[in-house]
Design a protein around this ligand. Structure first.
Ligand code: ADP
Ligand code: MG
Ligand code: MG
Length: 897
């Protein structure tokens, strides 16, 4: 029914029917807050009577140039009637007035939407009536001034400072510091002052008609959907702009009716660690925002058991019920009025990466969800975050000993962050976008600050607790964050802060530890976390392994890397770059001698010296990868990379000539000649890879000999070796036809010498578009393919990566010329299409052709999904990305079942 704009909380069945039975549809229609209030009502959790004006009404209102759609207001009035019946109170009735709150609520909870207005329905008359009823003038006028203040700032757009200033003035006049010391008369006076502020700012009176209040508040929620804050946030979080927001009208519950009342927020599990305990804060004799605002010192949720045992027991039961119902950790708001508990909100709780993993594993073990669900609930980015650097413990202790520890606050979002202090969001954003590492420091944050928080490496606030705005946003985006560091005193005007006797200015370095809640002046070095200690992650990944089809291999050049990769779960080495071995100190001179050799004999001599080095490197890697395949790539870069920089040598030569020094001059001149003779105008497209091997086969022959000597030696020791020799940069099958047989010959020769046979393959990198297009031919020679997607992307786009990224590529992405950086995520339509063609053509020739990827893309979840889709055998990535890739590969397999 398209013209039903309003649903009572008890009408969730109807809402569900109207969207075809899907819960996602209900959330779209009613917004997350409204849908969950209705759902709680349905399952018998105490929710105050109320109703939701739909997101469709919001969209219709905005589309019609800010006009309520036909029939909507009448339906809202009818719903109010029903709430009146349910509560036995009447809206605007001085004798027994019904008061409500007006709350925004989009499909996805997001900052920037209109703030909640409490106590709608109060006016001069109903206030008097409330006093008669409650016999508590102080309470009533506190509530009334809150309405005028909230309505004035939130609905009418008057700056909240106007109200806050006069509150402060009054307190100063009375010589008190706490709101609780204000009397009934004070609140009454303040209510009048607030009404005057409205009149002065708006030129009309604060609306006394409750229905006028309701109408204006409803409209204000609709309008807030298109406010700047909301739009900014949606852009940052990738939320669609056409969802609209719902409006929730909820009977007021008063947590400030005395010490038998209270209000709080809680998570059903610890959102920082994932531990299965209730986690949250509450205040007795307080209302709504008091807890999150951090005005009074909150109590820990378990203390409620002592304060109000019955309410606590009921609350714990409800939390349990909600978790079972939603099968997810919940983030709830509640209020207790005169001992009676009411739930005001529930939603899936935001959590840290660590908690996300623990909760998924625990819930699967508790039988709440399946293992497959557990696997899908954890994002690859969670795994990434968890394995992010932490501070080096010793360095941290040292810093503390040196008096550099400024403060300890609440550990709101874990991880180590180092950056320069920026005291406001705009500066944080400016610096962050300029490539600087920034720590944003504020007394507290507001929705307006989100752009700066997203650009910062870390966030520090001096006020607020674990559920404050800063904490919630930081956790959501995985930014390390410390809140409530009350020892830090921030002077925004002088752009500096003081803590522990130290004055720290804007732009100075700060290190914050979101895991422990500490902040230090200066830069503390970070270390990689220990994978072996992340038991929950290891469990989750072992489940993920049962769902994925793609194998995950790693790129590793050294035995240590290989061993680490294996520890992370790598099933092979997809790329071992031999040239790294050439750069080591004692080897480079030999390499240079080999390059500069004047005759074959000299060259062979140098190569023979290199061979034992290479052999021992390979032995180490084979040993570490016992039983698993190891792909070794033959030399790839142009030779000039191993020689000194041309300019440096030229300078030396000139210097010697000018000073008339003859010693060593001839040598340097010879070197300069050699470098000059090797000069290429575009070396990356010049003599390198297989081309170099064909022209100068000595190097690769030595390498293959080293590989097979190592393999045979290890095999003799009982290690199961599976060497795969990879020839880089093939563009034409004839290149392979020339070089590969020569190399196979050497392999056979070595095995004969050693009297051992090992399983081996010869294959090629696919990184030139021509190789993709002619992959059927290439696969006639190559036994395996490995995509070098970095070069393939460069050559497909015709971009030189370094030049592109330094000059125009990021701009391209920002302007939307390209949807994303193709060096980070595979360009499926272009580069990807070539890859797909290569797999299909290659397998047409050789059905058992092994295909993988060894470019950086092999660790990118989106690219991994693509590799799954084109039926590759494995992805190979840096050792630290292996856990991320294992999960991403499982997600791909589950999604494309
Ligand atoms: P937010 O999305 O910012 O959490 P909410 O609408 O949930 O906004 O409300 C802000 C605060 O006001 C919360 O603490 C909430 O529990 C409280 N609140 C909202 N409606 C009512 C009500 N009808 N009675 C009592 N407290 C309310
Ligand atoms: Mg809000
Ligand atoms: Mg809320």
């Amino acid at each position: 029914m398209a013209d039903k704009w309003v649903y009572l909380f008890e009408e969730v069945d109807e809402a569900e029917k109207s969207v075809g039975g899907e819960w996602e549809g209900v959330r779209s229609l009613l917004g997350g807050k409204g849908a969950n209030l209705a759902e709680m009502t349905r399952i018998g959790v105490p929710v105050p009577p109320g109703f939701t004006v739909t997101t469709q009404a919001c969209n219709a209102y905005l589309a019609a140039g800010e006009q309520f759609p036909k029939g909507m207001w009448e339906q809202e009035l009818a719903a109010m009637k029903r709430v009146e019946e349910q509560t036995g109170k009447m809206f605007g009735d001085p004798k027994n007035p019904l008061l409500v709150s007006c709350r925004s609520g989009a499909k996805f909870s997001m900052p920037g939407m209109m703030d909640t207005v409490l106590n709608i329905g109060l006016n001069d008359e109903t206030a008097k009536g409330m006093v008669e009823l409650t016999d508590d003038e102080r309470f009533v006028y506190d509530a009334y001034r809150r309405l005028v203040q909230m309505f004035g700032s939130v609905v009418l757009g008057i700056s909240d400072e106007a109200f806050e200033d006069s509150l402060d003035e009054l307190k100063e006049e009375r010589g008190i510091t706490s709101d609780t010391d204000l009397t009934a008369d004070d609140w009454k006076e303040l209510t009048e002052t607030f009404k005057k502020i409205v009149r002065e700012h708006k030129g009309f009176d604060f609306p006394q008609d409750p229905y006028e209040q309701l109408k204006l508040a409803t409209e204000a929620v609709f309008k807030s959907w298109n406010g700047r804050r909301a739009r900014d946030y949606r852009n940052a979080a990738g939320i669609a702009h056409d969802l609209g927001t719902g409006v929730n009208i909820v009977t007021m519950i008063f947590g400030n009716m005395g010490w038998n009342s209270g209000t709080g927020v809680a998570f059903t599990r610890d959102p920082a660690t994932g531990e299965q305990v209730l986690y949250g804060d509450y205040l007795l004799n307080a209302q709504g925002e008091d807890v999150v605002a951090g005005i009074r010192n909150t109590k820990k949720i378990d203390e409620l058991e002592g304060d109000l045992p019955e309410a606590y027991a009921q609350f714990a039961d409800i939390c349990d019920k909600l978790e079972h119902h939603y099968r997810e950790m919940q983030d709830v708001e509640f209020t207790i009025e005169n001992g009676r508990l009411w739930m005001l909100q529930t939603r899936d709780g935001k959590r840290t990466a660590k908690a996300a993993i623990k909760i998924a594993v625990d819930m699967a073990n508790e039988g709440l969800i399946s293992r497959k669900e557990a696997v899908t609930r954890v994002k690859p980015s969670d795994v990434d975050t968890l394995l992010h650097p932490q501070f080096d413990l010793e360095a941290k202790q040292q810093a503390a000993a040196e008096g550099k520890r400024l403060a300890k606050g609440v550990n709101a979002s874990p991880g180590a962050a180092v950056g320069m202090i920026a005291f406001d969001a705009d500066l944080a954003e400016e610096w962050g976008k300029g490539g600087k590492d920034v720590i944003m420091v504020r007394p507290f944050t507001k929705p307006d600050d989100v752009h700066g928080m997203l650009a910062a490496k870390g966030i520090l606030t001096s006020e607020g607790g674990a559920t404050s705005h800063a904490a919630v946003v930081a956790r959501q985006f995985g930014v390390p964050c410390v809140v409530g560091a009350s020892d830090v005193s921030i002077d925004l005007e002088r752009r500096q802060m003081t803590a522990n006797g130290v004055v720290v200015k804007e732009g100075e370095w700060l290190s914050i530890d979101g895991t422990s809640g500490e902040a230090f002046v200066g830069q503390i070095p970070t270390v990689e976390p220990e994978f072996e200690e992340e038991i929950d992650l290891i469990t989750l990944l072992s489940w993920a392994d049962q769902f994925r089809r793609l194998e995950v291999w790693a790129n590793a050049d050294y035995p240590d890397d290989a061993a680490r990769a294996r520890g992370f779960g790598a099933q092979g080495i997809g790329l071992c770059r031999t040239e790294h071995m050439f750069f080591e100190e004692e080897r480079l001179p030999i390499v240079q001698r080999m390059i500069l050799a004047e005759d074959d004999q000299e060259r062979e001599g140098a190569l023979n010296e290199l061979l034992p080095f290479q052999r021992s490197d390979f032995e180490g890697i084979f040993k570490a990868m016992d039983g698993l395949p190891v792909i070794i790539r033959l030399i790839d870069p142009p030779l000039h990379e191993f020689l000194p920089n041309e300019r440096d040598v030229l300078e030396k030569v000139i210097e010697k000539r000018v000073k008339g020094e003859t010693e060593g001059l001839a040598e340097q001149e010879k070197l300069l000649d050699a470098i000059e003779s090797m000069h290429e105008s575009n070396p990356m497209m010049g003599m390198r890879g297989v081309r170099l091997s064909i022209v100068m086969p000595g190097i690769v022959k030595m390498q293959v000999r080293a590989i097979f000597e190592a393999a045979c030696n290890m095999a003799k020791q009982g290690v199961v070796v599976k060497p795969e020799v990879m020839i880089p940069l093939t563009g034409h099958v004839n290149e392979l036809k020339v070089i590969q047989p020569q190399l196979v010959e050497i392999a056979k020769e070595v095995m004969a010498e050693k009297g051992v046979d090992v399983e081996y393959k010869f294959g090629t990198m696919i990184e030139i578009p021509r190789a993709c297009v002619t992959a059927d031919e290439v696969a006639g020679v190559a036994q395996f393919f490995s995509f070098g997607t970095n070069d393939l992307t460069q050559m497909t786009f015709g971009y030189s990566r370094d030049d592109a990224e330094a000059r125009f590529l990021l701009d391209y992405v920002e302007k939307g010329v390209l949807p994303e950086n193709p060096f980070q995520t595979i360009d499926r339509n272009g580069v990807g299409a070539l890859m797909k063609m290569a797999v299909e053509k290659g397998r047409a020739t050789r059905p058992d052709l092994e295909v993988g990827i060894c470019g950086e893309h092999g660790g990118d979840p989106n690219s991994i999904e693509f590799c799954h889709l084109i039926n590759q055998n494995y992805v190979s990535c840096s050792p630290f990305r292996v856990p991320v890739a294992r999960l991403a590969a499982a997600h791909a397999a589950i999604k494309h079942k």
